[in-house]
Write a protein that binds this ligand. Structure first.
Ligand code: GLU
Length: 435
């Protein structure tokens, strides 16, 4: 039987075991693991191991700012599991980044890769910084020093970062260059989500948003509806939300409302997404877009629509607003946007929630394609990438749907159960070292 040591040191009560990572999102993830593990009758020794990340790295990142002062930021990389392959997951730049949040996101990555049948483990990194307050040079300095502090704890066969909130293909180019400079030769495989010119994959930039749309299409089909004839609300207009909006719009969906850091906008007749994208390129934010009215974030989430896609932050749908959600389907483009209590309420209300580890898996699927193409030095067409993405993500949807139908579990527990099952088998086959 597995045991977990408890912490009895009154002087450092939060310093070991699961307590080290305690926080809303991490606790939520652990509770979800417990419920899903029970549903699939998971081995207790396996469960006690997967509830804890394998490794957590905290680094100080001193940065020369434009005014010549040195500011020291805190960076993290949490490596949750490498049973199925190298650690894999994004790097987040946001002022609220903490060890706890990164640990929760790293844990979700393990189960995302497992569910999607990728030969990859799970990791996540981040720096507690507001990237909108940094100049380009400061951001570059920050990225390069963070990368060099991580040293060979990352690498093409070890741990492969990618973009996440607040980072992009340019950030990955700086990471790849810094790592390559330090090992002495070019190593494009150390990161994914790179610019095409230095070994990126066609289709990677829009992959998470496209995956959201593929999953929405599958869910709609199950409810007897079609993308060409629905209304959709999207929270968040970053990389994921803006691509999801565009691809859904191209397929005929009416996008009623979107939001970003500057607030929300609404048009009952549907937003002109290509025009909105042009507006955002010029103005940076959606605020002020002429053909729409402003709407609050709370009201946006509660709008009547067929599909609601939360593509912004975690913890947006809780027990407080879940009873008021009027969407038929929720497709989670963000990581952890719905807490466990809300998942239960939505399930009882018959609202179909396509969970994050399934719905936003498009990014890591195409990251995997990028890594494979890089190793083979043979690059595919965008059509090829998108076709393969569709096959992998739709296959995962079918697997989760089958479990949900058999067990009557909600989609999140079914997805997590399926992911745990694959990992459990691999862990039992590999065994514990030393025994
Ligand atoms: N940051 C993305 C995610 O949360 C992509 C990760 C990756 O491509 O490795 O899934």
């Amino acid at each position: 039987m597995a045991t977990t040591e408890t912490n009895s040191n009154p002087h450092s009560p939060l310093l070991h075991g699961e307590d080290l990572y305690r926080g809303e999102m991490f606790d939520n993830t652990i509770k979800l693991l417990d419920v899903a593990a029970k549903a699939i009758n998971c081995d207790p020794n396996v469960l006690s191991r997967i509830k804890r990340p394998k490794k957590a790295i905290v680094v100080s990142v001193p940065v020369r700012m434009d005014d010549y002062r040195v500011k020291v930021f805190t960076g993290f990389r949490v490596q949750h599991s490498s049973t199925l392959g190298p650690y894999k997951g994004g790097i987040r730049y946001h002022q609220d980044v903490s060890l706890s949040e990164v640990a929760a996101l790293a844990t979700l990555m393990t189960f995302k890769c497992s569910l999607l049948n990728l030969p990859l483990g799970g990791g996540k990194g981040g720096i507690a910084v507001d990237p909108t307050k940094l100049s380009r040079t400061e951001k570059q300095n920050l990225t390069r020093r963070y990368t060099s502090e991580l040293g060979t704890l990352i690498g093409p066969q070890v741990d492969i970062p990618a973009p996440d909130m607040g980072t992009d293909s340019q950030t990955m180019a700086w990471m790849m260059d810094t790592y390559s400079q330090e090992v002495g030769f070019s190593q494009p495989g150390v990161v994914t989500g790179k610019p095409i010119e230095i070994g990126g994959s066609l289709g990677r930039n829009g992959a998470t948003g496209l995956g959201v749309v593929f999953i929405a299409e599958k869910a709609l089909e199950k409810l007897g509806m079609k993308m060409s004839n629905i209304t959709m609300v999207i929270q968040g207009f970053g990389n994921v939300g803006s691509h999801a909006a565009l691809y859904a719009h191209q397929r005929g969906a009416k996008i009623l409302a979107v939001s970003d850091v500057s607030g929300g906008i609404h048009n009952a007749n549907g937003l002109d997404v290509p025009e909105l994208l042009k507006w955002v390129t010029e103005h940076k934010v959606i605020k002020g877009f002429p053909k729409a009215e402003p709407i609050s974030n709370e009201a946006l989430l509660e709008l009547k629509c067929d599909v609601l896609a939360p593509c912004a932050m975690e913890n947006q749908i809780s027990e407080v607003n879940a009873p008021r959600i009027q969407a038929k389907i929720i497709v989670e483009g963000a990581n952890g946007p719905t807490n466990n209590a809300a998942t239960k309420i939505l399930h009882e209300r018959d609202i179909l929630v396509c969970p994050d580890i399934l719905a936003n898996g498009g990014g890591v699927i195409v990251s995997y394609f990028e890594w494979v193409q890089g190793m083979a030095s043979f690059f595919w067409t965008e059509e090829d990438v998108n076709d393969r993405l569709k096959r992998v993500i739709n296959g995962a949807f079918d697997k989760v749907w089958e479990i949900k139908t058999e067990t009557k579990l909600d989609m999140r527990t079914a997805a997590m159960g399926s992911a745990i099952r694959r990992l459990e088998r691999a862990m039992l086959l590999r065994g514990l070292y030393p025994r």
